[in-house]
Design a protein. Structure first.
Length: 126
């Protein structure tokens, strides 16, 4: 019990806190300087953008379900926050995976607007 109290105190002192998918949407909209569009996000997610793959190539066109990596066939847990509560709760992981996956699908970093649009769409899924 004492360990939990100490950990909680350290987290509070450093300002560390779990983030939510909505926090990431807000962050990306702020970085983009405008509102996200779920419609644009769905289109971006499901369309090949210059690489051989789209986001849906691995995450499926139903990101509420598990997917498989298009090259390695490694299982991938559901991407949509409604189906996977661990998604979009850690900034380091979110930034890492957007960087890697955007490079694989669009051969560049995704813009803040693209990230905001995809987040907005993922948050509409039930």
């Amino acid at each position: 019990m004492r360990k939990l109290f100490i950990i909680a105190a350290l987290l509070a002192a450093t300002g560390a806190q779990a983030e939510t998918p909505r926090d990431f949407l807000t962050r990306f909209e702020k970085e983009a300087g405008g509102a996200a569009s779920a419609e644009r996000g769905a289109r971006f997610f499901n369309t090949k953008q210059g690489g051989e793959w789209s986001c849906a190539s691995c995450h499926t066109d139903k990101p509420t379900q598990a997917g498989r990596h298009a090259k390695t066939d490694k299982p991938i847990a559901a991407l949509a926050p409604v189906a996977n509560a661990e998604r979009f709760t850690d900034a380091a992981k979110v930034d890492k995976w957007f960087r890697r996956n955007c490079n694989d699908t669009v051969n560049r970093l995704c813009s803040a607007q693209e990230k905001a649009d995809v987040m907005a769409w993922l948050l509409t899924l039930k």
